[in-house]
Design a protein around this ligand. Structure first.
Ligand SMILES: [Zn+2]
Length: 491
């Protein structure tokens, strides 16, 4: 489970088995191994959650039996004082943690979005969820792969633990808050527990939010971070829509609000203003049909492919400039300007009639006819385009002879304005993934060329064998010890 691969050069050739969604697992050897693994994780998390819990929560956390079932539904529930987690849920979480950790190591938010969409597509279609291709660069040395793989492992464990910890705490909260009893007394007839019954929907939403808030508190007292839930909520929303259960559950925004409340009370800060659109490529209000999902997915793959190929091109260009004796800081400045120009171009113009006039002029130029450059410059200025691409055009007009064909193709991109590609051009991604990250001096000089506003990209640490970016994780015993000796206060 947690050892899913990061594409070590030779491992990359092996195609992992796809995860079969919403189907019971075959009871074979790998089932037994995974189940034992999961059971150990769950027991450890029960102890970790219990260490600092209030007395009655503590004894419930320690004594409640958590059983793994194999019904082929990626869900969790609690009934009659017991908690049931389906192995399909644990498998899905495991694969999710695998992909999210990769996205984290690569600082690639698009990777996660693509996975969530691939999940939606698989759920509606083949039910087979394969891992995304993890990297586009395969000629790293073995020790470099090892380094990245360890980075990913650490991140993956954190994600898996935080989310599974929250799932357990959430089910435990239903038990602690006596929700099953209130449901039975208020809705004794199971037939009334339907999404078209407003009273039921309201009640269900209320108890889910209550369980979320208490779970967030239990987790924070155990030094687990419920904020990791956000992308996971998105995946779950997809599943609920698939089963037509969306209405019964609170929205992701409502759930984040109650989690934030717990953060405010216990940690003293809000997690951060999370823009849900940033993590969810699906419109929250709309039932996305299968063909929409496939369309979205195709779009994401295109943007991701574009970023990857641009990255490879930029790396080559930077190596060449460095090889020609240009200083790393100057290369960084050049890189910044180049990406800004590209971004301006892809973002398009405010006024396309001016762009159309410019295109007609350039077409005349391409046919060898005379072009009024001053008029052309005016057109572009009036079109309302970014300053970097405006400067690029000015430079091109001053270069003799003017390359009309290249100008034309640039203006056509400007006219088409494929903005989704512009959004894919972020410095954090390029800086996190450039091969120059393996050369600390060069990397830091490149970073120094970025403006202060590029906070995340400027904060990235270079890769150095023997110096992991992420700290080593404490063992289970160390975590227990930390919790036992902690005064319970967040700094
Ligand atoms: Zn619940």
């Amino acid at each position: 489970m947690l050892c899913a691969l990061f594409t070590c050069a030779d491992l990359a050739m092996a195609v992992p088995n796809p995860l079969l969604l919403e189907t019971p697992r075959e009871i074979d050897n790998s089932y037994q191994v995974d189940r034992t693994d999961y059971e150990q994780h769950i027991r450890q998390l029960q102890h970790i959650l219990a260490v600092r819990a209030k007395p009655h929560a503590k004894s419930a956390l320690l004594s409640t039996r958590i059983r793994i079932v194999n019904q082929g539904l990626a869900g969790a529930f609690s009934t009659q004082g017991g908690i049931y987690l389906d192995i399909a849920l644990l498998d899905l979480l495991s694969q999710f943690a695998d992909e999210l950790s990769l996205a984290e190591v690569k600082d690639d938010v698009y990777h996660q979005m693509e996975f969530n969409l691939a999940y939606a597509a698989a759920l509606h279609g083949s039910k087979q969820l394969t891992l995304l291709d993890s990297y586009n660069v395969v000629d790293y040395a073995e020790e470099q792969w090892q380094y990245l793989w360890e980075e990913k492992q650490r991140s993956e464990q954190v994600i898996f633990n935080n989310i599974l910890g929250f799932i357990i705490a959430h089910e435990m909260s239903h038990i602690l808050l006596g929700h099953e009893r209130t449901v039975q007394s208020r809705f004794p007839d199971i037939g009334d527990r339907k999404p078209d019954n407003m009273a039921w929907v309201q009640h269900r939403r209320t108890i889910e939010l209550e369980a979320d808030e208490l779970a967030a508190r239990i987790c924070l007292h155990a030094l687990l971070q419920p904020v990791m839930l956000v992308p996971w909520l998105d995946l779950n929303e997809t599943r609920r829509r698939y089963y037509g259960k969306s209405a019964e559950y609170p929205t992701a925004a409502q759930r984040i609000t109650v989690v934030n409340k717990a953060y405010e009370d216990i940690v003293g800060i809000q997690t951060k203003d999370i823009d849900l659109n940033e993590v969810s490529p699906l419109a929250p209000h709309k039932d996305v049909m299968q063909h929409d999902i496939l369309l979205f997915l195709e779009e994401f793959r295109k943007v991701r492919g574009f970023r990857q190929s641009l990255l490879i091109g930029l790396d080559e260009m930077m190596l060449e400039l460095l090889g020609n004796g240009i200083s790393a800081a100057d290369v960084g400045g050049f890189l910044y300007e180049f990406i800004q120009q590209k971004r301006d171009l892809l973002n398009g113009a405010r006024d396309n009639t001016e762009v159309d006039e410019a295109i007609q002029a350039v077409e005349r130029g391409a046919k060898g006819k005379s072009v009024d450059i001053a008029k052309l410059t005016d057109n572009l200025e009036d079109a309302g385009i970014g300053e970097y691409v405006m400067q690029m055009f000015r430079d091109q007009f001053e270069t003799m002879p003017i390359n009309w064909d290249e100008l034309l193709s640039q203006l056509q991109i400007l006219r088409a304005a494929p903005v989704q590609f512009a959004q894919g051009l972020d410095y954090t991604y390029f800086f996190a993934n450039t091969r120059l990250r393996w050369q600390p001096d060069v990397f830091q000089a490149l970073q120094s060329a970025l403006p202060e506003s590029e906070v995340k990209a400027k904060r990235l640490k270079p890769y150095e064998i023997g110096h992991p970016v992420r700290n080593a994780l404490p063992t289970y015993e160390q975590r227990l010890h930390i919790l036992q000796t902690w005064d319970g206060e967040y700094p």
